[in-house]
Design a protein around this ligand. Structure first.
Ligand code: SF4
Length: 333
């Protein structure tokens, strides 16, 4: 029987060194480091869409980049079908690179402006030898149809398309290599709301039709709810809540998730919510508070929250949250 777990993250950590100031250097102080990911552990199952949410700086984009090996983890490991991706070499590494594709927020910067769409897609098909040369034109037409772009799009340059159409080109390029996993990092954040819905619906259809596994990184909870089977909520490089989407939206147990939900924008742009996700500022990742990292902003913090870091544990609704008060303040919608 096929293992339902496709990707597992085990205690993943990622640290970025900061430019050291002259003063620190002269005082012999160690270089400052940002802990972008701290002990991230969860699994991604075959054929599911996992939404990863949190404010800017929570580590979600770093996590996305670690999943496709644009960054290597500094601690812990990420396994793909049981194999540590940091140890993949040669043909196995190339296969992994083909099977796990990333789609970026800004497709314009990742599409060569001097290449027509036909060349962009042909290049993707050639790199992994996906089709014999003679079949490439037909495959390009098929890919454009899959992402609902007209066939004459093949002869145009990226600048001739709207933002939403460029995202479709980026998706077509990713699909050219017949991946099993798409990692979408803030895929539609830069698009108008109506265009966002079109691109997200396209991703939903592709996920169902092609049986893709999708990691959907976003700060917009409406989109995450629409597309995801499960949601991972991150705060300052840690997972603070994880569970089935409707469970998270109806019975959020972590005060941070509750704050994110309270601040989530309405579908109707006339009723846009401008509330911040949580009171106060996000603490500097250079200087994380002891205990629960959310204690500086949490309205429910108690003494224990300032000394003891909460681990993920099961809520009364069966999903997981990292909060000392998890049983006391889980709420029902
Ligand atoms: Fe708030 Fe304490 Fe729970 Fe952290 S552990 S979210 S500070 S109540």
């Amino acid at each position: 029987m096929t293992d339902p777990t496709l990707i597992s993250l085990e205690d993943v950590g990622k640290v970025f060194p900061m430019n050291s100031s002259l003063l620190r250097f002269m005082r012999g102080l160690p270089q400052s480091r940002v802990n972008a990911l701290n002990g991230v552990t969860f699994e991604i199952r075959r054929g599911e869409t996992v939404g990863i949410v949190g404010e800017s700086g929570c580590g979600k984009s770093t996590l996305a980049r670690c999943l496709v090996r644009l960054h290597d983890c500094d601690s812990g490991r990420i396994r793909f079908e049981g194999n540590d991706i940091a140890e993949l070499e040669g043909a196995n590494r190339r296969q992994f690179n083909r099977r796990v594709q990333m789609i970026f927020q800004d497709p314009y910067s990742s599409l060569n402006p001097r290449m027509r769409v036909r060349q962009i897609l042909a290049e993707a098909l050639s790199v992994h030898r996906m089709r014999p040369k003679a079949e490439i034109p037909a495959r390009i037409a098929e890919l454009l149809d899959t992402v609902r772009l007209p066939s004459d799009a093949a002869d145009k340059f990226p600048h001739e398309f709207s933002g939403g159409q460029r995202q479709r080109i980026g998706i077509a390029r990713a699909l050219a290599v017949e991946p099993e996993v798409l990692v979408a990092d803030e895929l539609v954040s830069a698009l108008d709301v109506s265009v966002q819905a079109q691109v997200v619906n396209l991703l939903l259809r592709l996920q169902t039709e092609l049986g893709l596994t999708v990691v959907f990184v976003a700060h917009d909870l409406r989109l995450v709810r629409h597309i995801s089977h499960r949601v991972v909520v991150m705060y300052l490089g840690r997972v603070v809540e994880i569970g089935p989407t409707e469970r998270i939206f109806s019975a959020a147990a972590h005060p941070y998730t509750q704050a994110l939900l309270a601040a989530a924008p309405e579908m109707d742009p006339r009723h846009r919510n401008t509330k911040p996700a949580a009171r106060g500022e996000l603490p500097s990742p250079l200087n994380l508070p002891p205990g629960c990292a959310f204690n500086t902003r949490c309205p429910l913090a108690t003494g224990r929250c300032f000394t003891e870091r909460p681990e993920l544990r099961a809520t009364e609704y069966g999903h997981m949250a990292a909060c000392h008060l998890v049983d006391a303040h889980a709420v029902s919608a």
